[in-house]
Ligand binder design. Sequence first.
Ligand code: GYE
Length: 309
Amino acid sequence: MRRILFLAALLLFPLSARSQTIGFAQVGAESDWRTAFSASMKQEAARRGLHLLFADAGNDVGRQRQEVRGFIAKHVDAIIIAPVVVDGWSDVLKEAKEAAIPVFIADRAVRADPSLYVARIAASSTLEGRLAAAWLAQATNGKCDVVELEGTAGSEPALQRHSGFLAVAALFPDIRIIRAGNGNFTTEGGRSVMTRLMSETNNLAGVCAVLAHNDNMLLGAIGVMQAAGVHPGRDIITVSFDGLPNIYRAMLAGEATMSVEVKSDTAPYIYDVVQRYLKGERSFPKWIVIPSALHTRADAAAMLERHGS
Ligand code: GYE
């Protein structure tokens, strides 16, 4: 009898009282944005009493797929993936589905059958690119030769910021991307690609703006421009994405012009969806969009304050 009571108690023990184990497959640590996002995911997991398995893929999608397979083998309660690149996910997502482990996509997108994951919680890189082009068109009366610093090849923000920008820029025949190069979303990558682009354009002769797919690449590029006697923020308009403290500092120093802020403290939105799912809720929009907003020097000081720095 005692034994039966014990078993019954075990069965009735509410699932929510058990610590949930969540596997999070993170891209890497390539940028300030990424570091801030990782911190948000770790802090919020601790606050909610979630057991977080955190895997840093070092920007390598092969390694990231293996890490997700490791989570499946451990029978975690849920998996969150911030995918390095959009392609190559279908098999792993099917394996998670077969193991009945729900998958949530955070930040970057995947190109896979949407029925293979519960929902994506992320900002719209397309909208960010459009906003950047609309702002630039207005700032330059629709006339601007642009040099573009691209993020990781095949990653959703690099693809969509580029195509979103082009979609609006195409409405202005005198806005053109005249050169582009890949800086992998890192400060060092921004430095090296800018060094090459400077020599190809005779130190940006005739160039009106630098469009960087993230703040870190732009911060690297700013140093290179300055060393060559070009003054970003004055001679050259700068447009970037992320909106983290270092870019607002550069704006206040007159070295950067505009950044589209991409929220990085998004863990509460993400875990809300995951935990609601684990409690039994089943109807979620496929894409829960986190809004992005544009900032210039006019509100750089206020933004720094908001970041507490
Ligand atoms: O803009 C960049 C990072 O996926 C939104 O990845 C993210 C991007 C972010 O490396 O700094």
